[in-house]
Design a protein around this ligand. Structure first.
Ligand code: XMP
Length: 326
């Protein structure tokens, strides 16, 4: 495609000029945006780029393995993994407000990068140069929805825009800032990334932290992770991945309802399925999933995840509902 080809050429030239001979780090989330941003920057500056994967403990089942295997195997990019699980759990303890969660997660992300940067600088003591550049896969809709566009209200602080701390020590490289998701995917394909990465559905940087309505705890994360894995497996098995934009699975951790499971009464939590169809995430409609698929997901979750005794379907378009619940 000549247009994506042009974008790549322009961005590569721009990144080279911007970054020069400095080193850059890029946080990989497992998602399309950061994967394409990193691949683009890798194209421009090669081994000056080091990718950092922060395991914040808010990931879905298997996600860490996928980043370490799929992405690294296909790009040859250098990857450092930071295990920040404990730190995030401590920072999020007792927090229930969505914006506060987002800001904490954004801040801890940057702290984790800074830690990685210090470790890398110490390791490369021979040249002693600090890492000055931070690559982010910020897209146009992220900019607009965080109030960075012209005249729009701040709807949510996306962790990579509104959630940045004031004392940020990095300068930002954001090569996807003018683009929509479909354009980013086209660029990923053009750069030779495997389809399993390029066609991956969006997943928010703050991860499962904003899909637990209420305080984030290890136990709740574990419950949500098992329910989410079932929903995703069934949607994939039904061949529906191409039809839905994404399907957040949300745990209403502070809501309980009475059920009857196995031998008796339970007092468990509801899980919300939020399947949406969208072009660019700016607007969305709820996806009319086949009833038999919904039935399978519901049966499996309530059978296999004892903490959950009710599965509900979100039938709200965006607007008024945003895609994520927080
Ligand atoms: P909302 O909930 O605002 O979501 O309708 C729009 C799209 O953005 C994703 N999302 C995020 N992505 N960091 C991200 O990288 C974030 O903080 C974030 N919050 C929401 C969401 O999954 C949907 O695709």
């Amino acid at each position: 495609d000549w247009r994506t080809g042009n974008v790549i050429e322009e961005q590569v030239a721009r990144i080279r000029e911007q970054v020069g001979t400095d080193r850059a780090i890029c946080g990989l989330s497992g998602g399309v945006d950061s994967a394409v941003a990193a691949a683009l920057v890798h194209e421009a500056i090669g081994d000056q780029l080091i990718c950092v994967f922060v395991d914040h403990g808010l990931l879905r089942q298997d996600e860490r393995r996928q980043v370490e295997e799929d992405y690294v195997a296909s790009t040859g990019v250098r990857l450092v993994t930071v295990d920040a699980r404990e730190r995030f759990m401590q920072a999020l303890a007792g927090v229930t407000d969505p914006e506060e969660k987002r800001k904490i997660i954004g801040r801890e992300f940057i702290r984790a990068f800074e830690q990685a940067e210090r470790d890398l600088a110490a390791e490369a003591a021979a040249d002693g140069e600090p890492i000055r550049w931070l690559v982010q896969g910020t897209l146009y809709p992220d900019v607009v929805e965080s109030g960075g566009g012209s005249g729009t209200a701040n709807i949510k602080s996306h962790h990579n825009v509104g959630g940045l701390p004031d004392d940020l020590q990095f300068k930002l490289v954001e090569p996807l800032r003018a683009l929509f998701k479909d354009e980013v995917r086209a660029i990923g394909r053009e750069l030779g990334l495997p389809e399993v990465i390029v066609s991956r559905q969006p997943f928010p940087g703050p991860g499962l932290g904003i899909r637990i309505i209420g305080e984030v705890t290890e136990e709740r994360l574990d419950t949500l992770r098992r329910a989410d894995a079932i929903a995703r497996a069934e949607l994939t098995a039904a061949g529906l991945d191409g039809e839905i934009w994404q399907c957040p699975v949300v745990l209403l951790a502070d809501v309980r309802s009475v059920g009857v499971q196995g031998d008796g009464r339970t007092y468990g939590h509801p899980i919300v399925l939020r399947p949406v169809s969208s072009e660019d995430a700016m607007t969305a409609d709820w996806t009319r999933l086949p009833y038999d698929v919904l039935a399978r997901i519901s049966n499996r979750i309530t059978n296999e995840v004892p903490e959950v005794n009710r599965v509900v379907l979100d039938v709200t378009s965006k607007p008024p509902g945003t895609i994520e619940w927080e």
